[in-house]
Design a protein around this ligand. Structure first.
Ligand code: MP5
Length: 205
């Protein structure tokens, strides 16, 4: 089994919850309340801003040119993605500078702290976050109703994005070492909490 397959297999139960999450299902059905979608736009914009800073530092840790090429392609893709979030925020009258809730702050802080543990650990984090979005949105894309949410489903359900995630899995294989189930498990838990937070709300007190 590949490292990537082993990591997902170890988290099979939580992985199923992630790809069948009610937030993702409601986006695909076009039935998600606007307030919950607005919360996700603000929270995920903040996540992607933090994620880009994480990815830039991870690129500097990469061991060789093919790895740097792949991560650079991931970085470049975040420019149009952030533009999508910013446009949606203007259209919907959302304040993107709002302070993040505890879950979003915890997750982006975890991204940063994983860099201190080196290439294999931080690459495991990157792989987990990207694989989660690819699998969750692909799980619902085929049956998705056409709605205002469709461009968002398509953004992460695309074959191009799946190919990028596969290539990250190949990098993980080459990174060597035993699969870091602890790290991958933390990412899966953060992804689940993130969906819960935007679906139900996430306040400090
Ligand atoms: C991603 C994301 C995927 N946008 N949000 C969360 C909470 N997890 C993963 O990252 P990207 O940069 O949008 O591909």
């Amino acid at each position: 089994m590949t490292v990537a397959a082993e990591l997902v297999a170890e988290q099979a139960e939580l992985w199923h919850r992630l790809t069948a999450h009610p937030f993702v299902a409601a986006v695909a059905e076009g039935t998600l309340p606007a307030a919950a979608f607005d919360r996700w736009i603000v929270a995920d914009h903040g996540f992607v801003v933090g994620f880009r800073r994480f990815l830039a530092k991870l690129l500097a840790l990469a061991p060789d040119e093919p790895a740097r090429d792949l991560l650079a392609s991931g970085l470049v893709a975040l420019t149009p993605e952030l533009a999508l979030f910013r446009r949606a925020a203007v259209e919907r009258g959302l304040d993107l500078s709002a302070a993040p809730g505890p879950t979003a702050l915890g997750y982006t802080s975890y991204l940063q702290s994983s860099l201190d543990d080196g290439w294999q650990v931080a690459l495991t984090v990157l792989y987990g976050a990207e694989r989660a979005y690819s699998d969750a949105w692909r799980a619902v894309a085929d049956g998705a109703a056409a709605s205002a949410y469709t461009p968002w489903v398509d953004n992460w359900a695309s074959d191009d994005f799946a190919a990028y995630v596969d290539a990250l899995g190949t990098l993980l294989e080459r990174a060597g070492g035993r699969p870091r189930h602890d790290v991958f498990g933390t990412v899966v838990r953060f992804e689940l909490r993130f969906w819960d937070a935007v679906h139900l709300g996430d306040t400090w007190v």
